[in-house]
Design a protein around this ligand. Structure first.
Ligand code: ZN
Ligand code: ZN
Ligand code: ZN
Ligand code: ZN
Length: 418
Protein backbone atom coordinates (compact mmCIF):
# COMPACT_ATOMS: atom_id res chain seq x y z
CA UNK A 1 0.00 0.00 0.00
CA UNK A 2 1.22 3.55 -0.82
CA UNK A 3 1.75 6.10 1.92
CA UNK A 4 -0.74 8.95 1.87
CA UNK A 5 0.39 12.07 0.02
CA UNK A 6 -1.18 15.49 0.74
CA UNK A 7 -0.88 17.95 -2.14
CA UNK A 8 -2.49 21.34 -2.55
CA UNK A 9 -2.86 22.73 -6.09
CA UNK A 10 -3.50 26.44 -6.63
CA UNK A 11 -4.59 27.83 -10.01
CA UNK A 12 -2.20 30.69 -10.92
CA UNK A 13 -3.11 34.07 -12.38
CA UNK A 14 -1.19 33.31 -15.62
CA UNK A 15 -3.99 30.78 -16.37
CA UNK A 16 -1.50 28.07 -17.48
CA UNK A 17 0.22 26.96 -14.26
CA UNK A 18 -0.65 25.40 -10.92
CA UNK A 19 1.33 25.90 -7.74
CA UNK A 20 1.64 22.41 -6.20
CA UNK A 21 2.48 22.22 -2.47
CA UNK A 22 3.48 19.01 -0.70
CA UNK A 23 2.21 19.78 2.82
CA UNK A 24 4.21 17.18 4.74
CA UNK A 25 7.53 17.62 2.91
CA UNK A 26 7.02 21.43 2.68
CA UNK A 27 8.02 21.54 -0.99
CA UNK A 28 6.42 23.37 -3.87
CA UNK A 29 6.54 23.32 -7.67
CA UNK A 30 5.01 25.32 -10.52
CA UNK A 31 3.64 22.95 -13.16
CA UNK A 32 1.55 23.15 -16.32
CA UNK A 33 -2.13 22.25 -15.93
CA UNK A 34 -1.84 19.36 -18.46
CA UNK A 35 1.08 17.83 -16.47
CA UNK A 36 -0.96 17.93 -13.28
CA UNK A 37 -3.69 15.88 -14.98
CA UNK A 38 -1.11 13.26 -16.02
CA UNK A 39 0.30 13.06 -12.49
CA UNK A 40 -3.18 12.53 -11.09
CA UNK A 41 -3.82 9.74 -13.61
CA UNK A 42 -0.60 7.93 -12.68
CA UNK A 43 -1.34 8.27 -8.96
CA UNK A 44 -4.83 6.90 -9.48
CA UNK A 45 -3.50 3.92 -11.48
CA UNK A 46 -1.04 3.13 -8.69
CA UNK A 47 -3.82 3.26 -6.12
CA UNK A 48 -6.02 0.92 -8.21
CA UNK A 49 -3.18 -1.53 -8.71
CA UNK A 50 -2.61 -1.66 -4.96
CA UNK A 51 -6.29 -2.22 -4.38
CA UNK A 52 -6.38 -5.03 -6.98
CA UNK A 53 -3.38 -6.78 -5.46
CA UNK A 54 -4.91 -6.64 -2.03
CA UNK A 55 -8.23 -8.04 -3.34
CA UNK A 56 -6.31 -10.82 -5.12
CA UNK A 57 -4.53 -11.68 -1.89
CA UNK A 58 -7.86 -11.86 -0.02
CA UNK A 59 -9.39 -14.12 -2.64
CA UNK A 60 -6.34 -16.40 -2.65
CA UNK A 61 -6.63 -16.85 1.11
CA UNK A 62 -10.35 -17.61 0.91
CA UNK A 63 -9.74 -20.23 -1.81
CA UNK A 64 -7.00 -21.88 0.22
CA UNK A 65 -9.21 -22.03 3.30
CA UNK A 66 -12.28 -23.41 1.52
CA UNK A 67 -10.49 -25.77 -0.90
CA UNK A 68 -7.23 -26.85 0.80
CA UNK A 69 -6.15 -29.15 -2.07
CA UNK A 70 -7.10 -26.77 -4.86
CA UNK A 71 -4.00 -24.66 -5.55
CA UNK A 72 -1.13 -26.78 -6.85
CA UNK A 73 1.35 -24.02 -7.61
CA UNK A 74 1.75 -20.27 -8.02
CA UNK A 75 4.40 -18.39 -10.00
CA UNK A 76 5.84 -14.88 -9.65
CA UNK A 77 3.75 -13.61 -12.58
CA UNK A 78 0.69 -14.67 -10.56
CA UNK A 79 -0.22 -17.77 -12.58
CA UNK A 80 -2.12 -20.25 -10.44
CA UNK A 81 -2.39 -23.95 -11.26
CA UNK A 82 -5.70 -25.21 -9.94
CA UNK A 83 -6.92 -28.79 -9.69
CA UNK A 84 -10.69 -28.78 -9.22
CA UNK A 85 -12.21 -32.15 -8.32
CA UNK A 86 -15.83 -32.40 -9.41
CA UNK A 87 -18.05 -33.68 -6.60
CA UNK A 88 -21.72 -33.99 -7.50
CA UNK A 89 -24.59 -33.74 -5.04
CA UNK A 90 -26.48 -36.56 -6.85
CA UNK A 91 -25.12 -39.75 -8.35
CA UNK A 92 -24.86 -39.71 -12.12
CA UNK A 93 -24.81 -42.62 -14.49
CA UNK A 94 -21.94 -42.52 -16.99
CA UNK A 95 -22.92 -43.35 -20.56
CA UNK A 96 -20.68 -43.67 -23.60
CA UNK A 97 -21.46 -43.33 -27.30
CA UNK A 98 -22.42 -47.03 -27.57
CA UNK A 99 -25.65 -48.26 -26.03
CA UNK A 100 -25.10 -51.39 -23.92
CA UNK A 101 -28.23 -52.00 -21.82
CA UNK A 102 -27.05 -55.38 -20.47
CA UNK A 103 -23.91 -53.99 -18.86
CA UNK A 104 -23.86 -53.09 -15.19
CA UNK A 105 -24.50 -49.34 -15.01
CA UNK A 106 -21.61 -47.18 -13.84
CA UNK A 107 -22.78 -44.67 -11.28
CA UNK A 108 -20.44 -42.00 -9.94
CA UNK A 109 -20.67 -39.02 -7.65
CA UNK A 110 -17.17 -37.62 -8.28
CA UNK A 111 -15.32 -36.98 -11.53
CA UNK A 112 -11.63 -36.56 -12.41
CA UNK A 113 -10.43 -32.99 -11.80
CA UNK A 114 -10.53 -30.02 -14.11
CA UNK A 115 -6.94 -28.72 -14.43
CA UNK A 116 -6.94 -24.97 -14.81
CA UNK A 117 -3.97 -22.61 -15.21
CA UNK A 118 -5.05 -19.04 -14.72
CA UNK A 119 -3.07 -15.76 -14.70
CA UNK A 120 -4.20 -12.78 -12.65
CA UNK A 121 -3.40 -9.48 -14.39
CA UNK A 122 -2.54 -6.37 -12.31
CA UNK A 123 -5.99 -4.96 -13.00
CA UNK A 124 -7.92 -8.02 -11.75
CA UNK A 125 -10.53 -7.95 -10.25
CA UNK A 126 -11.45 -4.26 -10.70
CA UNK A 127 -10.75 -3.73 -14.41
CA UNK A 128 -9.76 -7.07 -15.99
CA UNK A 129 -10.84 -10.69 -15.81
CA UNK A 130 -8.40 -13.50 -15.01
CA UNK A 131 -6.79 -15.05 -18.10
CA UNK A 132 -7.23 -18.75 -18.79
CA UNK A 133 -3.75 -19.99 -19.80
CA UNK A 134 -4.74 -23.63 -20.14
CA UNK A 135 -7.68 -25.83 -19.29
CA UNK A 136 -7.91 -29.62 -19.42
CA UNK A 137 -9.67 -32.46 -17.64
CA UNK A 138 -7.66 -35.37 -16.28
CA UNK A 139 -8.12 -38.40 -18.58
CA UNK A 140 -9.66 -35.90 -21.03
CA UNK A 141 -13.19 -36.97 -20.22
CA UNK A 142 -14.54 -33.66 -21.59
CA UNK A 143 -13.65 -33.21 -25.26
CA UNK A 144 -14.58 -29.55 -25.82
CA UNK A 145 -12.80 -27.65 -23.07
CA UNK A 146 -12.80 -24.35 -25.04
CA UNK A 147 -16.49 -24.10 -24.31
CA UNK A 148 -15.70 -24.16 -20.58
CA UNK A 149 -13.12 -21.36 -21.00
CA UNK A 150 -15.61 -19.16 -22.83
CA UNK A 151 -18.19 -19.74 -20.12
CA UNK A 152 -15.66 -18.85 -17.42
CA UNK A 153 -14.63 -15.58 -19.08
CA UNK A 154 -18.27 -14.55 -19.54
CA UNK A 155 -18.86 -14.85 -15.81
CA UNK A 156 -16.59 -11.96 -14.84
CA UNK A 157 -18.01 -8.47 -14.36
CA UNK A 158 -15.76 -5.51 -13.41
CA UNK A 159 -14.91 -5.56 -9.73
CA UNK A 160 -15.94 -9.19 -9.17
CA UNK A 161 -13.64 -11.71 -7.49
CA UNK A 162 -14.67 -14.37 -9.94
CA UNK A 163 -12.11 -17.12 -9.16
CA UNK A 164 -14.15 -18.33 -6.20
CA UNK A 165 -17.26 -18.44 -8.39
CA UNK A 166 -15.36 -20.37 -11.11
CA UNK A 167 -14.13 -22.98 -8.66
CA UNK A 168 -17.57 -23.45 -7.17
CA UNK A 169 -19.19 -23.74 -10.62
CA UNK A 170 -16.67 -26.41 -11.61
CA UNK A 171 -16.43 -28.32 -8.34
CA UNK A 172 -20.16 -28.81 -7.71
CA UNK A 173 -20.74 -29.94 -11.30
CA UNK A 174 -23.11 -27.09 -12.26
CA UNK A 175 -21.02 -26.62 -15.40
CA UNK A 176 -22.01 -30.10 -16.63
CA UNK A 177 -25.62 -29.06 -17.01
CA UNK A 178 -24.80 -25.54 -18.26
CA UNK A 179 -22.68 -27.09 -21.02
CA UNK A 180 -25.19 -29.90 -21.80
CA UNK A 181 -22.73 -32.59 -20.71
CA UNK A 182 -25.20 -33.98 -18.19
CA UNK A 183 -28.91 -34.53 -18.54
CA UNK A 184 -31.80 -36.05 -16.68
CA UNK A 185 -33.77 -38.77 -18.48
CA UNK A 186 -36.80 -40.30 -16.70
CA UNK A 187 -35.43 -39.14 -13.35
CA UNK A 188 -31.98 -40.66 -14.00
CA UNK A 189 -29.09 -38.21 -14.10
CA UNK A 190 -26.57 -39.06 -16.80
CA UNK A 191 -23.17 -37.85 -17.94
CA UNK A 192 -22.11 -38.46 -21.52
CA UNK A 193 -18.47 -39.28 -22.23
CA UNK A 194 -17.00 -39.27 -25.75
CA UNK A 195 -15.38 -42.71 -25.56
CA UNK A 196 -16.54 -46.06 -24.14
CA UNK A 197 -13.12 -46.73 -22.56
CA UNK A 198 -13.58 -43.72 -20.25
CA UNK A 199 -16.41 -45.44 -18.35
CA UNK A 200 -14.20 -47.84 -16.32
CA UNK A 201 -11.66 -45.02 -15.77
CA UNK A 202 -14.34 -42.78 -14.28
CA UNK A 203 -15.69 -45.66 -12.18
CA UNK A 204 -12.21 -46.36 -10.75
CA UNK A 205 -11.61 -42.69 -10.00
CA UNK A 206 -14.92 -42.43 -8.13
CA UNK A 207 -14.24 -45.66 -6.23
CA UNK A 208 -10.73 -44.53 -5.19
CA UNK A 209 -11.97 -41.17 -3.99
CA UNK A 210 -14.75 -42.79 -1.95
CA UNK A 211 -12.28 -45.27 -0.45
CA UNK A 212 -9.79 -42.52 0.38
CA UNK A 213 -12.50 -40.43 2.04
CA UNK A 214 -13.85 -43.40 3.99
CA UNK A 215 -10.33 -44.37 5.12
CA UNK A 216 -9.64 -40.83 6.31
CA UNK A 217 -12.93 -40.39 8.19
CA UNK A 218 -13.37 -41.45 11.80
CA UNK A 219 -16.14 -43.76 12.97
CA UNK A 220 -17.23 -45.07 16.34
CA UNK A 221 -17.74 -48.82 16.20
CA UNK A 222 -21.12 -49.66 17.77
CA UNK A 223 -19.75 -52.89 19.25
CA UNK A 224 -16.54 -51.84 21.00
CA UNK A 225 -17.47 -48.12 21.14
CA UNK A 226 -13.93 -47.22 20.06
CA UNK A 227 -13.45 -44.39 17.59
CA UNK A 228 -11.26 -45.54 14.70
CA UNK A 229 -10.23 -44.52 11.20
CA UNK A 230 -12.29 -45.81 8.28
CA UNK A 231 -9.27 -47.76 7.02
CA UNK A 232 -9.80 -50.15 9.94
CA UNK A 233 -13.60 -50.32 9.50
CA UNK A 234 -16.07 -51.80 7.06
CA UNK A 235 -19.26 -50.19 5.79
CA UNK A 236 -21.83 -52.95 5.24
CA UNK A 237 -24.37 -52.83 2.41
CA UNK A 238 -26.97 -51.62 4.95
CA UNK A 239 -24.51 -48.69 5.50
CA UNK A 240 -23.79 -49.49 9.16
CA UNK A 241 -20.08 -49.19 10.01
CA UNK A 242 -18.15 -51.45 12.40
CA UNK A 243 -14.48 -52.01 13.08
CA UNK A 244 -13.09 -55.01 11.23
CA UNK A 245 -11.80 -56.77 14.34
CA UNK A 246 -15.25 -56.69 16.00
CA UNK A 247 -16.95 -58.03 12.85
CA UNK A 248 -14.26 -60.70 12.56
CA UNK A 249 -14.90 -61.94 16.11
CA UNK A 250 -18.69 -61.72 15.73
CA UNK A 251 -18.87 -63.53 12.39
CA UNK A 252 -16.20 -66.11 13.20
CA UNK A 253 -18.15 -67.41 16.19
CA UNK A 254 -21.44 -67.63 14.25
CA UNK A 255 -19.72 -69.37 11.32
CA UNK A 256 -18.20 -71.84 13.80
CA UNK A 257 -21.72 -72.50 15.16
CA UNK A 258 -23.07 -72.87 11.62
CA UNK A 259 -25.52 -70.02 12.31
CA UNK A 260 -25.51 -68.35 8.89
CA UNK A 261 -28.47 -66.10 9.61
CA UNK A 262 -26.39 -64.25 12.23
CA UNK A 263 -23.45 -63.64 9.88
CA UNK A 264 -24.61 -60.18 8.98
CA UNK A 265 -24.99 -56.71 10.36
CA UNK A 266 -24.96 -56.83 14.19
CA UNK A 267 -27.25 -53.79 14.43
CA UNK A 268 -30.53 -54.90 16.14
CA UNK A 269 -32.73 -53.50 13.35
CA UNK A 270 -30.70 -55.37 10.72
CA UNK A 271 -30.69 -58.60 12.76
CA UNK A 272 -34.49 -58.40 12.82
CA UNK A 273 -34.59 -57.79 9.06
CA UNK A 274 -32.31 -60.83 8.42
CA UNK A 275 -29.69 -58.54 6.85
CA UNK A 276 -27.05 -61.15 6.01
CA UNK A 277 -23.54 -60.18 4.91
CA UNK A 278 -22.69 -60.75 1.26
CA UNK A 279 -19.79 -62.78 -0.07
CA UNK A 280 -17.47 -59.82 -0.62
CA UNK A 281 -18.04 -58.52 2.91
CA UNK A 282 -17.37 -61.87 4.58
CA UNK A 283 -14.30 -62.45 2.42
CA UNK A 284 -12.90 -59.03 3.31
CA UNK A 285 -13.20 -59.57 7.08
CA UNK A 286 -12.59 -63.16 8.17
CA UNK A 287 -9.58 -65.40 7.54
CA UNK A 288 -9.55 -67.51 4.37
CA UNK A 289 -10.35 -70.86 6.06
CA UNK A 290 -13.26 -69.27 7.96
CA UNK A 291 -14.53 -67.78 4.71
CA UNK A 292 -14.36 -71.19 3.04
CA UNK A 293 -16.51 -72.69 5.79
CA UNK A 294 -19.01 -69.84 5.40
CA UNK A 295 -19.14 -70.47 1.63
CA UNK A 296 -19.65 -74.21 2.20
CA UNK A 297 -22.51 -73.56 4.67
CA UNK A 298 -24.08 -71.04 2.32
CA UNK A 299 -24.05 -73.35 -0.72
CA UNK A 300 -25.36 -76.23 1.42
CA UNK A 301 -28.25 -74.13 2.68
CA UNK A 302 -29.12 -72.95 -0.85
CA UNK A 303 -29.12 -76.58 -2.02
CA UNK A 304 -31.29 -77.75 0.90
CA UNK A 305 -33.81 -75.05 0.20
CA UNK A 306 -33.95 -76.63 -3.24
CA UNK A 307 -36.94 -75.47 -5.24
CA UNK A 308 -37.43 -72.36 -3.15
CA UNK A 309 -33.99 -71.10 -4.21
CA UNK A 310 -34.25 -68.99 -7.37
CA UNK A 311 -31.61 -67.04 -9.23
CA UNK A 312 -31.35 -63.27 -9.24
CA UNK A 313 -32.93 -62.07 -12.52
CA UNK A 314 -30.42 -59.22 -12.98
CA UNK A 315 -28.32 -60.40 -15.97
CA UNK A 316 -24.92 -59.50 -14.51
CA UNK A 317 -25.73 -60.89 -11.03
CA UNK A 318 -27.49 -64.29 -11.30
CA UNK A 319 -26.74 -65.14 -7.65
CA UNK A 320 -28.85 -67.89 -6.02
CA UNK A 321 -31.46 -66.19 -3.84
CA UNK A 322 -32.86 -68.26 -0.96
CA UNK A 323 -36.38 -67.88 0.39
CA UNK A 324 -36.37 -66.18 3.78
CA UNK A 325 -39.73 -66.48 5.59
CA UNK A 326 -41.24 -63.15 6.63
CA UNK A 327 -43.66 -62.44 9.44
CA UNK A 328 -46.16 -60.95 6.96
CA UNK A 329 -49.57 -62.69 6.93
CA UNK A 330 -50.42 -61.99 3.25
CA UNK A 331 -49.45 -65.18 1.32
CA UNK A 332 -48.30 -63.02 -1.63
CA UNK A 333 -45.11 -62.36 0.35
CA UNK A 334 -44.10 -65.98 -0.46
CA UNK A 335 -43.06 -64.70 -3.90
CA UNK A 336 -40.90 -61.93 -2.47
CA UNK A 337 -37.10 -62.32 -2.74
CA UNK A 338 -34.16 -60.00 -2.07
CA UNK A 339 -30.86 -60.80 -3.75
CA UNK A 340 -28.12 -60.96 -1.12
CA UNK A 341 -25.46 -60.10 -3.67
CA UNK A 342 -26.90 -57.06 -5.46
CA UNK A 343 -29.86 -56.13 -3.26
CA UNK A 344 -32.48 -56.39 -6.04
CA UNK A 345 -35.96 -57.00 -4.56
CA UNK A 346 -38.11 -58.99 -6.96
CA UNK A 347 -41.02 -61.37 -7.47
CA UNK A 348 -39.82 -64.97 -7.83
CA UNK A 349 -42.69 -65.79 -10.21
CA UNK A 350 -42.61 -62.97 -12.78
CA UNK A 351 -38.98 -61.97 -11.98
CA UNK A 352 -39.89 -58.28 -12.25
CA UNK A 353 -39.04 -55.72 -9.55
CA UNK A 354 -41.19 -56.46 -6.48
CA UNK A 355 -44.75 -55.31 -7.22
CA UNK A 356 -45.85 -55.49 -3.59
CA UNK A 357 -48.30 -57.93 -1.98
CA UNK A 358 -51.37 -55.78 -2.70
CA UNK A 359 -51.12 -56.31 -6.46
CA UNK A 360 -51.51 -59.85 -7.67
CA UNK A 361 -48.49 -60.93 -9.72
CA UNK A 362 -49.18 -59.64 -13.28
CA UNK A 363 -47.86 -62.83 -14.84
CA UNK A 364 -50.24 -64.97 -12.77
CA UNK A 365 -53.14 -62.68 -13.68
CA UNK A 366 -52.31 -62.99 -17.38
CA UNK A 367 -52.01 -66.76 -17.28
CA UNK A 368 -55.25 -67.15 -15.32
CA UNK A 369 -57.12 -64.96 -17.82
CA UNK A 370 -55.98 -67.14 -20.72
CA UNK A 371 -56.97 -70.34 -18.88
CA UNK A 372 -60.40 -68.87 -18.08
CA UNK A 373 -60.90 -67.94 -21.71
CA UNK A 374 -59.98 -71.47 -22.82
CA UNK A 375 -62.45 -73.02 -20.35
CA UNK A 376 -65.37 -70.70 -21.00
CA UNK A 377 -65.48 -70.91 -24.80
CA UNK A 378 -67.83 -73.68 -26.03
CA UNK A 379 -65.70 -74.09 -29.16
CA UNK A 380 -62.79 -75.11 -26.95
CA UNK A 381 -63.93 -78.71 -27.45
CA UNK A 382 -63.05 -78.59 -31.17
CA UNK A 383 -59.46 -79.76 -31.83
CA UNK A 384 -58.87 -76.88 -34.29
CA UNK A 385 -59.79 -74.29 -31.73
CA UNK A 386 -57.67 -75.91 -29.05
CA UNK A 387 -54.65 -75.75 -31.37
CA UNK A 388 -55.38 -72.08 -32.11
CA UNK A 389 -55.83 -71.28 -28.44
CA UNK A 390 -52.56 -72.99 -27.54
CA UNK A 391 -50.88 -70.74 -30.09
CA UNK A 392 -52.57 -67.72 -28.51
CA UNK A 393 -51.47 -68.89 -25.08
CA UNK A 394 -47.91 -69.26 -26.34
CA UNK A 395 -48.09 -65.78 -27.87
CA UNK A 396 -49.35 -64.22 -24.64
CA UNK A 397 -46.61 -65.92 -22.67
CA UNK A 398 -43.98 -64.54 -25.04
CA UNK A 399 -45.48 -61.09 -24.62
CA UNK A 400 -45.43 -61.46 -20.86
CA UNK A 401 -41.79 -62.42 -20.82
CA UNK A 402 -41.04 -59.41 -23.05
CA UNK A 403 -42.68 -57.21 -20.44
CA UNK A 404 -40.56 -58.84 -17.77
CA UNK A 405 -37.44 -58.00 -19.75
CA UNK A 406 -38.61 -54.40 -20.11
CA UNK A 407 -39.15 -54.23 -16.37
CA UNK A 408 -35.59 -55.43 -15.87
CA UNK A 409 -34.27 -52.73 -18.18
CA UNK A 410 -36.18 -50.08 -16.25
CA UNK A 411 -34.80 -51.51 -13.02
CA UNK A 412 -31.30 -50.89 -14.35
CA UNK A 413 -32.24 -47.28 -14.98
CA UNK A 414 -33.69 -46.98 -11.49
CA UNK A 415 -30.53 -48.47 -10.03
CA UNK A 416 -28.56 -45.73 -11.74
CA UNK A 417 -30.16 -43.15 -9.46
CA UNK A 418 -29.58 -44.88 -6.15
ZN1 ZN B 1 -15.31 -52.46 17.17
ZN1 ZN C 1 -27.00 -52.83 9.35
ZN1 ZN D 1 -28.57 -60.01 -7.66
ZN1 ZN E 1 -44.79 -61.29 -9.83
Amino acid sequence: MMDALFLVAQWQSDRTHFRLTDITARKEWFIYARDLLRILEVLQDMAHRDECLSLQKDEYEVLQAVYPDLICSTTTDRTLSLEVTVELSDSHRVVGPEHTPTEEPTVVSALPPVLLDVRLPDEYPLYASPQVISLQTRHRWIPDVDKISRFLLDMWTPGEQVLTIWVEWLSNGTFLEDLDLAECIDGVRMIRVPDQHLIPILRDFDEHLKQAKFSESSFTCEICMTPCKGARCLRLSCSHVFCRSCLDGFWKSHIADGDLARVGCPDPACVKAHQEANEEEVKGVVEQHVFERWKYLWDKRAFERGVSAVYCPIPYCQAPVPYIPTEESNPSWKLFRTCIKCGFAFCSYCEAAWHGPAIECPRKVGEKAIERMLKRNPLAESPDYAAMARKGFQYSKTKLSQEVRQNKASYQLIQGTS
